[in-house]
Design a protein around this ligand. Structure first.
Ligand code: NAD
Length: 462
């Protein structure tokens, strides 16, 4: 099948490469010239394990190409995916301007039946918005043609446009940054929201390779599909905020969150995933999607107590490490220097959007401290983010970051951080102190190493 994907970000590029891998012919279009130039030069603009090989293989097989020309891409394909960003406005509502721009572009260049598939995470009602925007664009173009009409060619063009048919459907994405390629090639389920028989039949063909392997397609109405994506993200964020609240209680009551986790995870109704206590969730999805759903609920005069609490717990959790640091140093950290391990919001990604590390670093800098940070892949993005902050420097290894620091603060649970050399840590830091936002080490190890170890939901070791 011939497919165009709008947006070459984490979702668009992975989806495009996956569809090409399934044997389809795929073009990607973006408005970001630098990204498209990089992709044409064989460079992946962000870090995602396995994506470089997947893109390269399909480029070489001539199933995947990149363009800055939306007209060419729309005319090429029968299926158009929208995978552009949907950030938040200040009030939490979704900024749908990129979606609307794509819809207008489709309206301008549509040249026959197109199935338009929305993959971006968007509030309920956005499929209708895309449909109406395309129709309005078609109508505007037709009327401007009519006003300027002075030839039979233009009349024929309008009539031709009137015959144009299209469907807009919802097909939300559930991949996770860090395992996006595996998630996309082996999805647990595919959600399709549509009431068009034609669209559903095309979608079943498009994803035939998946259904053949037993991966279920769940067909539903458009609004339910749109809301399913928010429900999934809010459920996951709920689990994280829940365990973090339990961790706070565990500390106050002298209990241990690791033991509690083991105790509840063995209940099959609860399970082990997403119940690790830590310094809060970040990323481009959970915070924005929860805010967006709260905003949507309020539009309908519904006040969602639980969603509001999830975000409130998380905001507090992101400041917890700094509170611990302040308590330890008697509320004055001016002139102190810290090593920071981990900048990305989770391991295996270079995405630092809403990362707890940013809250930690911004807060300690405001309080007069400096830091040297290390992350295996997120330093380039972080250098841009902290470009105007002289108090933040970066190290090329986790060991180099420790040199002459007063303490180590751990913000991300990268695998390599578990493999710590306590001897190097003790000789590099001015005092062996770790503030661990990801509970990487056992309390027994900390006691045996004779270090100060302050983690989340567990007794501090002094
Ligand atoms: P991103 O910011 O990485 O990429 C978005 C891309 O869209 C950018 O390259 C941008 O230049 C491009 N774009 C903007 N306007 C365009 C236009 N008019 N035409 C063509 N391209 C245009 O975003 P992302 O992380 O890939 O997320 C995309 C959507 O998918 C969001 O709605 C997000 O919530 C959702 N989502 C993200 C994830 C994730 O883990 N990142 C997972 C599931 C769903």
């Amino acid at each position: 099948m011939k497919i165009t994907v709008f947006g070459t970000g984490y979702v668009g590029l992975v989806q495009a490469a996956t569809l090409a891998e399934l044997g389809h012919d795929v073009m990607c279009v973006d408005i970001n010239h630098a990204k498209i130039n990089q992709l044409n030069d064989g460079i992946i603009p962000f870090f995602e394990p396995g994506l470089d090989q997947l893109v390269e293989r399909n480029k070489l097989a001539h199933r995947l190409s990149f363009s800055l020309n939306p007209k060419e891409c729309i005319e090429f394909a029968d299926i158009l995916f929208i995978a552009v960003g949907t950030p938040s406005y200040e009030d939490g509502s979704a900024d749908l301007s990129a979606i609307e721009t794509v819809a207008k572009t489709i309206g301008n260049y549509i040249n026959g039946y197109k199935l338009i598939i929305n993959k971006s995470t968007v509030p309920v009602g956005t499929v209708d918005l895309v449909k109406n925007t395309i129709l309005e664009t078609l109508a505007e173009n037709a009327s401007s043609y009519v006003q300027a009409m002075n030839s039979n060619d233009k009349l024929a063009s309008i009539l031709n446009r009137d015959k144009i048919e299209f469907d807009v459907i919802s097909n939300p994405e559930f991949l996770k940054e860090g395992t996006a390629v595996i998630d996309s090639l082996h999805p647990e389920r595919i959600i399709i929201g549509s009431n068009s028989k034609k669209a559903l039949s095309i979608m079943r063909k498009l994803y035939h390779s998946f259904t053949k392997k037993g991966i279920p397609i769940l067909e539903m109405d458009v609004r339910s599909a749109e809301l399913t994506k928010y429900a999934a993200n809010c459920m996951l964020a709920t689990k994280i905020s829940f365990i973090n609240e339990m961790a706070r209680l565990a500390e106050l009551l002298g209990a241990d969150i690791d033991a509690i986790k083991a105790g509840i995870a063995s209940d099959s109704r609860i399970g082990p995933s997403f119940i690790d206590a830590g310094c809060g969730y970040g990323g481009s999805c959970f915070p924005k999607d929860i805010q967006c759903l709260i905003n949507k609920a309020k539009e309908h005069q519904f006040f969602p107590h639980l969603l509001t609490a999830i975000e409130a717990v998380n905001s507090e959790q992101k400041t917890l490490l700094v509170d611990r640091v302040l308590n330890y140093y008697g509320h004055d950290i001016s002139g102190k220097h810290f090593a920071i391990w981990g900048l990305s919001f989770k391991p295996e990604t270079d995405d630092i959007r809403n990362s707890p590390s940013l809250t930690v670093i911004n807060s300690i800098c405001k309080l007069g401290a400096t830091c040297t940070a290390f992350d295996p892949v997120a330093i380039t993005n972080s250098k841009q983010y902290f470009a105007n902050n002289q108090q933040v420097t970066f190290a090329e290894s986790k060991e180099l970051a420790l040199i002459d620091a007063d303490a180590l603060i751990i913000c991300t649970d990268w695998q390599q951080f578990y493999e710590i050399n306590f001897d190097i840590l003790k000789t590099s830091l001015t005092e062996p102190v770790i503030f661990d936002g990801r509970n990487l080490f056992s309390l027994a190890d900390a006691i045996a190493q004779n270090i100060t170890y302050i983690s989340i939901g567990r007794k501090p070791v002094y």
